[in-house]
Every structure is written in structure tokens, then in C-alpha cells.
Design a protein around this ligand. Structure first.
Ligand SMILES: [Zn+2]
Length: 406
């Protein structure tokens, strides 16, 4: 497979030899978890079929879904009610494709997975190429360049495929979450530019050591990237976070036009200390003992100069070490009895300088998001300079290759 080269179009060898069959591998996208009710509809004049492996039944949409004593119960628009075997997943598909789940349209089928006695997950089963336009439309601005969309399509496809392999190896009932825990996803609500970019890169993924790269990306790196190995677990089952292309190789990043390239927020010192302590309690760490906050300072920086670990110090001189990602989460943590931090005072990234000034804490930050891998504002900055999708990907995932889905 060819190396990524800057400013070249996607190499033909990166493309699959044959057209990707239908829409490529199926992805199971979790749309809702621990739901107690849902409504599954379909387009005008469509019929729905509910089935398990052994049994199927035609239903008139919309269909009301509940779980009672561990059994999926479906009530259709004609008033017909059916109960399904305890603990069994039920597939609900339209005869003409696409389903409406709680009033949002999705291109795939719905799978109802009972959990316990009365709750269930709603999972969409959708070919990966039909899933991706709904990701791009959520992740990027409508006015951004085609090259940015194409780079994002390849990164999102690679990430989804890697997560799919990881979860299937664990026996998970779904492959990927539909929000920022994995990738934001808007179902069929996708614009033409997103569809074009997915079609133009069909079947192409980033690979590293012959495996799909977990191609992390985030909004704005603020000029210096974070390393996957500093940000997420690297133990058994998480070796993919050690991949070279996602380890904060220093780079120039033209993300200065992002509204969150630099930001400053202020917080109340006492409330902030309570958030940090609540985060410590939630994680079972000694940080729960924090009372009076004295300082938060970098304890280690990565090769790009971005803090990877911070030290939180209290007024008695005790200190706790916290990864940059955990600090970002802790600064925004909502403990029991607390409200969330005001939206305009959130910590937008883990690259911060913190000044404790009496009753007030001033946080000066760089960027928005975890900062690992591709910077979306930076990708758009490069696209405006004339870079192609392959050039953008080479910039943000140095050492990765482009190859076909296998
Ligand atoms: Zn950037």
C-alpha cells in the first residue's frame, strides 16, 4: 500500500480492487441506551417487519416499543400487540429501507436489545458507507472545503472500522456510539457535500501495521497535539493507542481561525475544588480528599510541548497527579448535588494554564477537544491552502497509509 504523500490526490492503489459491495461492512450504531420506550416508524406507505431468527411479523407503522419482564413488546398502529422471547434481540426493518426512530430518519434497520426487566438499547444496523454521510454532516461546517470532507470521511471510516473490530472481539451487542463518545451521527440528515465526500473516498481507510488506524480527531488542537498514549488506556486490549501516527508528532497547524484557538474562563475556586473532589470520588482516587485548591500546574509535557500530566496542589501542600484528559473532564465534572459548570465557562481542552487567584480561578486554554490526531479546523485551514485529502491526512497521521477496507 502506498504511503500518504502530501498534496497528491488519493492514490489509486489505496482504493479497493472491486467496488465495495453494497454499502460495505455493516455497522451496529447504538442510538439510545437504557430506554424505556421508543417509537419506530417508516416512510409513507412502507411496512415494517419485526423478526428474530425464527419468527417474523408484519407491522403497520408507527410501532411502539417497550420491554416487559425482559421481553420486547411491540404495539403497531393497527393496535396489534406482540411479545417476543425473553432476552432476545428483535430486528425491525422497513420493506423499502430506512426507519424513523423517535421522529428522526435513519438509513438502516432498527434492532431492539432488551436489557434487564424493562429497559432496552436501540441500535441501528447500517452499512458503513450509508452511515458516514450522517457523521460528516454532524462533525463539519456546511461551508467547509471538499478536501476537508474527504479527509474526515477517511478518518471517520477508519475509526468506525477499528472500533467495530474492537467491540466485536469483546462480544459487544453494538459497534459504535452515536455521540461524541465515538462519533457524532445524525442519521439520514446529511447534505450533498457529505455524500459526495463519502462516495469519492468509498472503501478507503487509514492503516498502520496492516490494521485500521484508530484515527482520532477533534475540533481544534490549539497548535500542539496530544498523544493517544497519554490520553487513553494503553494496557491489554488498548495497544492501538500506541500507534505511531497518533502520538503528537510536532507539526504546524493552521487552526488559528477557530473561535476556541485561545480562550479564557473564570471559575469560583471553592466550587471548582468540589468538582475535582467529586471527580476523584467517582474514579475512586485520592483526589476526593481535596479541600482547598492552591494550584494546578503542568507536571509533564509531551514532545509537542503540550501538558500531558498536571499536578493538583492543595493548601496543605498535598498533591495529586492527573492526566490532561482527566483534568479536562474533572474541571467540567458534575457531582451529586452540583449543577454543571456554566456553558460559557467550560474547560474546552486539556491544554490549560490555571491561576488560582483567591476566590477565583482563571483558566487560559488552547483548543477544543482532546487534541489527538487530526485537527478539524486545521484540516480546513490546510484545505484552504490547497491541500488534498491525502495531504491533510499525511500531515495529521504521519506514518499511516491509505488502503482498502478488508
Ligand atoms: Zn490545530
Amino acid at each position: 500500500m502506498p504511503m500518504l504523500a502530501a498534496d497528491r490526490p488519493l492514490p489509486d492503489k489505496a482504493r479497493p480492487d472491486r467496488p465495495v459491495q453494497d454499502g460495505g461492512p455493516d455497522l451496529r450504531v447504538r442510538l439510545a441506551h437504557d430506554a424505556e420506550s421508543a417509537t419506530i416508524g417508516a416512510g409513507e406507505g412502507h411496512r415494517l417487519t419485526a423478526s428474530t431468527g425464527r419468527r417474523s411479523r408484519t407491522l403497520r407503522p408507527p410501532v411502539r416499543v417497550t420491554v416487559e419482564r425482559g421481553r420486547v413488546r411491540l404495539v403497531d398502529a393497527a393496535g396489534g400487540s406482540s411479545d417476543w422471547p425473553r432476552g432476545r434481540e428483535v430486528l425491525i426493518a422497513s420493506d423499502r429501507g430506512g426507519v424513523v426512530i423517535d421522529e428522526a430518519l435513519y438509513p438502516g434497520d432498527a434492532v431492539i436489545v432488551p436489557k434487564g426487566e424493562s429497559a432496552f438499547d436501540v441500535i441501528e444496523r447500517v452499512p458503513i458507507e450509508e452511515y458516514l454521510p450522517g457523521v460528516l454532516s454532524k462533525e463539519l461546517y456546511a461551508g467547509w472545503r471538499d478536501a476537508t470532507y474527504e479527509a474526515q470521511a477517511i478518518a471517520a471510516r477508519s475509526y468506525a472500522l477499528q472500533e467495530r473490530q474492537r467491540r466485536r472481539a469483546l462480544g459487544s451487542a453494538f459497534d459504535i456510539e452515536s455521540d461524541t463518545r465515538d462519533q457524532a451521527y445524525g442519521g439520514s440528515e446529511a447534505h450533498a457535500k457529505a455524500r459526495r465526500a463519502v462516495a469519492a473516498t468509498r472503501g478507503v481507510v487509514l492503516t498502520y501495521l496492516d490494521a485500521p488506524l484508530r484515527a482520532y480527531y477533534s475540533s481544534t488542537c490549539g497548535g500542539r497535539p496530544a498523544s493517544a498514549r497519554d490520553t487513553w488506556p494503553i494496557g491489554q486490549g488498548f495497544e492501538f493507542n500506541l500507534a505511531g501516527p497518533i502520538q503528537a508528532t510536532p507539526r504546524q497547524c493552521p487552526c488559528g481561525f477557530s473561535p476556541r484557538y485561545r480562550w479564557t474562563v473564570t471559575r469560583d475556586t471553592e466550587t471548582l475544588a468540589q468538582r475535582l473532589a467529586a471527580f476523584g470520588a467517582d474514579r475512586g482516587s485520592d483526589l476526593r480528599q481535596l479541600r482547598a485548591l492552591a494550584a494546578i500546574e503542568p507536571a509533564r509535557r509531551n514532545v509537542a510541548g503540550r501538558p500531558a500530566v498536571y499536578r493538583v496542589v492543595d493548601r496543605d501542600g498535598r498533591s495529586w497527579r492527573l492526566s490532561a484528559e482527566d483534568l479536562r473532564l474533572a474541571l467540567n465534572f458534575t457531582g451529586r448535588g452540583q449543577g454543571p459548570p456554566p456553558t460559557d465557562a467550560r474547560a474546552w481542552s486539556g491544554d490549560v494554564e490555571v491561576a488560582v487567584e483567591g476566590a477565583t480561578v482563571r483558566i487560559e486554554g488552547r483548543g477544543f477537544g482532546h487534541g489527538v490526531g487530526m485537527c478539524q479546523f486545521g484540516a480546513e485551514g490546510l484545505a484552504r491552502q490547497g491541500r488534498t485529502a491525502a495531504g491533510i491526512l499525511a500531515h495529521y497521521y504521519p506514518g499511516a497509509r491509505l488502503g482498502p477496507i478488508r
